[in-house]
Design a binder for this molecule. Sequence first.
Ligand code: FES
Length: 177
Amino acid sequence: MSSEHDVSRRQFLNYTLTGVGGFMAAGMTLPMIRFAIDPLLKQGKGEENFYDIGLKESDLTEQPQKIQFVQKDIKDGWYTFDQKKEVYVFKHEGEIFALSPVCTHLGCLVHWSPEPPYANEFQCPCHGSRFTKTGINIAGLPATAPLHRYDVKVKDGKILIGNLHPRNNIPAVPPKY
Ligand code: FES
């Protein structure tokens, strides 16, 4: 005896094959999607690597020292690589500063000048931008943002450098010279 709710053998096979086919398609497709977006999923987890730059806290002075170090295992999408970097490290009013030397105008490398005509400022050789000792851009010059600043911590007396951060909400400083 049959009713309108009975499922025919053909319908049963159709449903079963559609279900199994869909399950298999999902099994193949989901790993591919996961692989494609994997770098995005790993971003923003707040992980921070700190690098020993070979400088002790006791070696820090009030004068910025330029230190080179190698940042290892930088991840960009699926690529992992090492990169040589430079950082200016010093103490200022009891606080440790680690500044990127990359000019925020167009990316030339600034240098620290303890001597006149622009004593105690960072200067960019490319288009003349200048920055205070703490990396704040001098008003009226091409760079309109401060030098980026690294996170710093001290472990067992050694200076460790972490992530680099822009500082966009700090006003420019009027020129002294
Ligand atoms: S790149 Fe430094 S002033 Fe232009």
